[in-house]
Design a protein around this ligand. Sequence first.
Ligand code: NDP
Length: 289
Amino acid sequence: MKVAFIGLGAMGYPMARHVAGQHDVIVWNRTTEVAERHAREYGTRRAEQLRDCASQEVILTILPTSDDVDEIVDVLYPKLRRGTLWIDATSGDPVTSRKTAGRLAEKGVAFVDAPVTGGTNGAEAGTLTVMVGGKPEDYVRAGEVLKAFGSRLVHVGEVGAGHAVKAMNNAMLAANMWMAAECLLSLKKLGINLRSALEVLNSGSGRSFASQDLLPKRILDGEWPLTFKLSLHDKDVRIAASMSHSQRVASPMLSLTSQLFTAASKNLGPGADYVEAIKYLAMLNSEEW
Ligand code: NDP
C-alpha cells in the first residue's frame, strides 16, 4: 500500500522503518532533517510538502497530542481523497478523535485510532501492542499496516476506544510506579537494602512492570534514559482522569495520580523522562535516589 507516515519522533522513527519494510512509504516530519535522515537510512522518501501526504492510500500519524493531529488534518483536508484510511497512532483524546473521525467521514475518509504500547524498545523490535478503535472493516484494513510494527493487534471498539484504553493503561502505569517508589523510599529510610527488598517484592504479589523493570534500572543501576517524555505521560493521565470524570466514576486515585504527574512534569520541565516522576517524589521528601 502507499502510506504517508507523519511524525518521526522517538516512536514514529522506528515504526516507520518497519512499515517501509512492507509498504511504499513517504515520510514527513516537522523538522525536515529528521525525515531526510530517515530517507537516507531506510530508503523511505521524504514528502516535499506536507500536503503531498494527502494522496496516499493510508495516512498514519503519531504525534504528541490529538490537537497536533488536527493541525495536520486541517492542512491535508482540502486534498484528501475518498477511500483513504487515516490511522492515528498518537496516544490521543477520544473526544477529539471522534470529532476528527466525523470531519474526515464527510470527505469519505475512514479513521481508526490505533495507539501503541511497548515503548521505544517495542517500536525498535516491531513488537508493539496496538489497540484499535474504529469500524470492523477499517480495523481489518488498518491491520495490513499495523502488523508491520505490532505483534498484537486488538480491536477494542468504536472510534475513540483505542485512545480510551491507552489512557487508562498509562494511568495504571503512573499509579503503580508512584506507589512502588513510595514503598521503596520508605524501605530505604528504614535502612533496608533496596536490592534485597526488590528481590523479594518482585517475586511477591505487589510486583508490577514498574517494580520489575523500571525502578531497578533507575534506582539500583543509576540509568535514567529519556525514552518517553514525562509531559506526554502527564497528558495521558489527564485524559484518563477526564474520561473517568465525564462518566461520573468516583476515582480519587486517578485524580490524585493526575495531579502528582502534572506537578512532577511542571517541576522537572520538558526534558524529563516519565520515570523521573519518582525524583519529584524524592524531592517532596528532601531525599534523592
Ligand atoms: P516525541 O516527542 O519523541 O516525537 C514527537 C513527534 O511529533 C516528532 O516527530 C515531532 O517533530 C512531532 N511534532 C510535535 N509537535 C508537532 C506539531 N505541532 N506538528 C507536527 N509535528 C509535531 O514523541 P514520542 O514519539 O515519544 O510520542 C509520540 C506519541 O506516541 C505520543 O502521543 C506519546 O504519548 C505516544 N507514545 C510514546 C511512547 C514512548 O515510549 N515514547 C510509547 C507509546 C506511546 P519534531 O521532530 O519537529 O520535534
